[in-house]
Design a protein. Sequence first.
Length: 470
Amino acid sequence: MESGRPKDVGILAIDIYFPPNCVRQETLEAYDGASKGKYTIGLGQDCMAFCTEVEDVISMSLTVVTSLLKKYQIDPKQIGRLEVGSETVIDKSKSIKTWIMQIFEEYGNTDVEGVDSTNACYGGTAALFNCVNWVESSSWDGRFGLVVCTDSAVYAEGPARPTGGAAAIAMLIGPNAPISFESKYRGTHMSHVYDFYKPNLASEYPVVDGKLSQTCYLMALDACYNRYCSKFEKFEGKQFSISDSDYFVFHSPYNKLVQKSFARLYFNDFLRNTSAIEKDAKEKLEPFSNLIGDESYQSRDLEKVSQQVAKTLYDAKVQPSTLLPKQLGNMYTASLYAAFASVLHNKHKTLVGQRIVLFSYGSGLTSTMFSFKLQEGPHPFSLPNIASVLNVSEKLERRHVVPPEKFVETLKLMEHRYGAKDFETSRDTSLLTPGTFYLKKVDSMYRRHYGRKDAEEADHGENGSLVDGH
Ligand code: ACO
């Protein structure tokens, strides 16, 4: 870039919050009367996080933003843009961003641009692009951007229910980032489809055409990958193949679709005749080379063979991203970035100089493939420190596993409460860690009231202090 312009704009810091409650897929499978292995092997999921009546997308975002600012000692006045991605509707007019403004108002900072972006699971990516574009633009005022992805994914009783989840992610955006955008290589595909949508405003549950959503996802992946490759080839003057990226991170509604997605990229590389595909894999894929359009998405044999030949590369390039999505479920807008956080957690010691390709998908549909370049960040934004602040293992370990009966009972209560006014929650914060925000009540004007568990302990205790290099 020319001098004077910000360089290496991207993610400086990242934090994740997820609810302390989860249900094991193995027990849910038995409870639902599904065949043994359907949720765990068939969908590839281990556990599913969910909000109880004291948590929601607003409380989770307040918690994660407060945590990130504190752990990185960021003065709230230093945030100039705040963008939220979410598809969980709390208020059809008032953005979640305005809720988070409370944190900044307390420090006299109301000069913060940005609102919410909504389109299924893609809103977080739109929010991220908005922030990055702002830092790269002539209206940037030198402060940080902040992106929040927050969702609670719940489905009606039936086959989609095990593909829920919940989490909030916060990402600090600025120049000289350890995780910088390769802005020139972006492949986007957007189209009008009714694969998953939320037309019933009296219910939190989506209307979903499961099979169509799977095909749309894979078609969007193909389109984005081919566009990403063309852009790369235009700027680099050489062919792109899966060998050119160290990791691939996918939006993860459930792990099986991620396995199929990487196999699909492998098949694309075969069709494009790239050097990444070995001779015996070529021979195995050859019988499928003439499948066109829908045939290639519906072929079970192609799916099976391509997953089999891509397996070694899947283990190396994709598996490190699967930890949080398998443990927490689909977090909608936060799902892709939780998968990315899993790579940071698993591989932070060896990421410098590497490339990571990401695929973002939101039903309806909107999708983009883009990539990050990883480098040493200035303290405290080094990759090992980011991994340490994420503190993934400890957060996963301290979760509370509940039986499926309790999970279903919670969803019933939430159905009853959805869109309701004039009620108080139990205020049971026994499972929440100090500093976590929680819902206290919704008053007769539908105004929501939140509290914060043991705020003083969280603000002055050791738990939240900045740790480096562990
Ligand atoms: N042991 C092992 N595997 C099993 C078993 C078993 N006992 N039973 C079934 N399976 C396998 C199936 O073969 C299938 O795997 P495959 O696709 O490799 O063949 C998998 O488990 C799922 O079984 P299906 O019968 O296909 O599942 P169903 O149709 O009941 O539901 C679906 C799956 C459609 C994903 C549903 O959960 C859903 O609608 N979810 C929400 C939509 C969604 O997540 N879409 C993805 C993109 S859009 C988005 O992000 C929201």
